[in-house]
Design a binder for this molecule. Structure first.
Ligand code: ADP
Ligand code: MG
Length: 601
């Protein structure tokens, strides 16, 4: 291994899955409270659900994938679908593999947070990062073949699972448990693991299907199809660059790279998955290896001299990917639901710690320096043979048994020198490119850090403003509450006065009713009395009229009697005249009938 290793931080990215239909249905068909907010493509903030204790926390990462559709939760960053995740997570890893670097992508997060969706994908929802990487790997190999590049490629695929601290080959049903050994050339290697030579994406696809079918799946209360095992796909790429030929000797440069594509089991606490019996043992096993992974991360970040890789099978296998020779990306999967808030915060903490791990990456190739040295030795031996006239050695070096002419010698020497120069130039160029890449990486990283710091400062500023607003609002609220109390008291007083007035009015109304009733009674009595008096008057009038009528009749009769009397007097007078003559009786006392009549009047 000729090149010096370059520093390379573990890239950590976060993906937030959409709310599922169960979560929406349980919230009465409404979109539930979202426990994370994305501030930019690299900063995410956790938000405690309403009524739950805790503060908001912002975390910087290398990338945030927001996979909640806009109708669930709009965000200031673009929606990330499967190809977007592949382009940012998978493509740089594939580029790196073609450069000869080892790689690792591991998905971390609680059950049903979207790890398998991102790593493998599901029928109908789009393929995940691992199959897309395999497919593009073969597309690139085909392109290189068509462009007649002097490189040959060979690809191998293996698939394993770590279940209850045991390694099982997923390409062999029911095989024995396998051991991990440390290969000085390849790093941690599973001894006896089947590595299938593959020549096309179709072949890989079939192999992945076979591996998935063999996977151990145990139902838990959280997700009936949740895999309780850590699943690893190992993708190996061997490349040989043909540089030329020196005599009988082919000068080639072999490189190889290997990527571990890891879908970890759920990181949730045991109590939540409600597992029992055999499943409980399994859950403890899973947790143990994830706890150990956390410990390895902590030790690496804190710069401890001993890293406890050997404490679990998972960390033994991933030793190179964490702190070793590997370009590593961690994809932290999150659920936005309130019920998962604690796990979400713990995943963000875990992941942000992993971001501080620095790996030492280098191209996996046979040392160019050794090759140059070998060629230089050959050249020196050749020159020595010319000086000493050692024809046999010269013939051996030049791969011929024919006599060697001076021209042949000069041509051969020239050829050897050219190859040495070419290789040295190649090495120089690669060295420069690597330094350039490292510089670029450092400047990108510091730019990113600066941006994060700015964003964090901005968020902090906003938070301080919000805190201030909160204090003001609380004061306003207190004031309003005090006002409200005063008003309430006034309202109560008014109501009491109102009630008193109402009672008085009711009393008056009752009295009024009584008076009204008395009056009505009186009226009735009066009416009755009036009608009986009317009757009496009528009777009196009738009687008076009768009296009047009688009186009139009597008068009439009186008049008649008087007339009769007059007539009688006249008659009497006539009779007297006839009897006594015209002085008659008048002179003698004058009584008679006429005097009677007058006396009767
Ligand atoms: P995990 O592997 O973390 O247990 P899964 O990847 O199986 O979780 O995701 C649980 C469910 O959520 C699956 O049905 C999956 O299809 C769905 N899911 C996860 N992430 C997404 C996403 N980004 N878009 C749509 N569906 C998703
Ligand atoms: Mg899964």
């Amino acid at each position: 291994m000729g090149k010096k290793a370059a520093n390379d931080n573990v890239r950590v990215m976060v993906r937030v899955r959409p709310f599922n239909s169960k979560e929406i249905n349980e919230n009465g068909g409404q979109i539930p409270f979202c426990t994370v907010e994305v501030n930019s493509e690299t900063v995410i903030t956790s938000k405690p659900p309403p009524g739950e204790a805790g503060n908001e926390h912002s975390f910087p990462f290398d990338h945030i994938f927001w996979s909640l559709p806009a109708d669930q939760m709009p965000a200031p960053v673009p929606f990330a679908d499967q190809p977007d995740v592949y382009n940012i997570v998978g493509v740089p890893q594939l580029d790196s593999m073609f450069d000869g670097y080892n790689g690792c992508i591991f998905a971390y997060g609680q059950t049903s947070s979207g790890k398998s969706h991102s790593m493998m994908g599901y029928e109908g929802k789009g393929r995940g990062v691992s199959p897309r990487m395999c497919e593009e790997m073969f597309a690139r190999i085909e392109e290189a073949k068509e462009a007649k590049k002097n490189t040959t490629y060979s690809v191998k695929v293996a698939m394993l699972q770590i279940y209850n601290e045991q390694v099982q080959d997923l390409l062999k049903k029911g095989g024995p448990n396998l051991k991990i050994v440390n290969d000085p050339q390849k790093g941690p290697t599973v001894r006896g693991l089947i590595e299938k030579d593959v020549h096309s994406w179709d072949e890989v696809n079939q192999i992945l299907d076979q591996g998935i079918a063999n996977r151990s799946v145990a139902a838990t209360a959280m997700n009936a199809t949740s895999s309780r095992a850590h699943t690893v796909i190992q993708l190996s790429l061997d490349m040989v660059d043909e540089l030329g030929q020196v005599g009988a000797k082919k000068i080639s440069r072999p490189r190889r790279s290997r990527a571990n594509l890891v879908d970890l089991a759920g990181s949730e606490k045991i109590s939540k998955s409600k597992v029992e019996g055999a499943n409980l043992k399994e859950a403890i096993g899973i947790n143990q290896s994830l706890t150990c992974l956390g410990r390895v991360i902590d030790h690496l970040v804190d710069g401890k001299p001993h890293i406890p890789y050997r404490d679990s099978v998972l960390t033994t296998l991933l030793a190179d990917s964490l702190g070793g020779n590997s370009r590593t990306t961690m994809l932290a999967a999150l659920s936005p639901a309130a019920i998962n808030y604690d796990e979400t915060v713990s995943t963000l903490r875990y992941a942000s710690r992993a971001r501080k791990i620095v790996n030492q990456v280098k191209v996996n190739e046979d040392p160019t320096a050794a090759l140059i040295r070998e060629l230089q030795e050959e050249l020196a031996k050749m020159k020595q043979s010319v000086l000493t006239g050692d024809v046999d050695t010269l013939q051996q070096i030049m791969g011929t048994d024919q006599p060697i002419s001076a021209a042949n010698m000069a041509a051969k020497t020239q050829e050897l020198e050219t190859v040495i120069e070419q290789i040295a130039a190649l090495e120089q160029k690669e060295q420069e490119e690597e330094e350039k890449r490292e510089q670029q990486w450092i400047s990108e990283r510091s730019e990113l850090e600066a941006r994060h710091n700015e964003e964090l400062a901005e968020i902090e500023g906003m938070r301080a403003q919000l805190e201030q607003q909160k204090v003001q609002l609380e004061e306003q609220q207190q004031q309003l509450q005090a006002n409200l109390k005063v008003k309430q008291r006034g309202v109560i007083m008014n109501r009491m006065q109102g009630l008193t007035r109402l009672a008085a009015a009711q009393q008056k109304a009752a009295e009024h009713d009584e008076t009204k009733k008395d009056l009505q009674r009186e009226m009735i009595v009066n009416r009755l009395r009036t009608s009986s008096e009317k009757q009496k008057y009528k009777q009196a009038i009738d009687e008076a009229r009768a009296v009047q009528r009688n009186a009139a009749t009597d008068e009439e009769r009186c008049r008649n009697l008087e007339q009769e009397l007059e007539a009688a007097r006249a008659y009497i007078a006539q009779l007297e005249i006839r009897k006594f003559g015209p002085q008659g009786k008048a002179g003698k006392g004058g009584g008679g009938y006429a005097a009677m009549g007058r006396g009767m009047r």
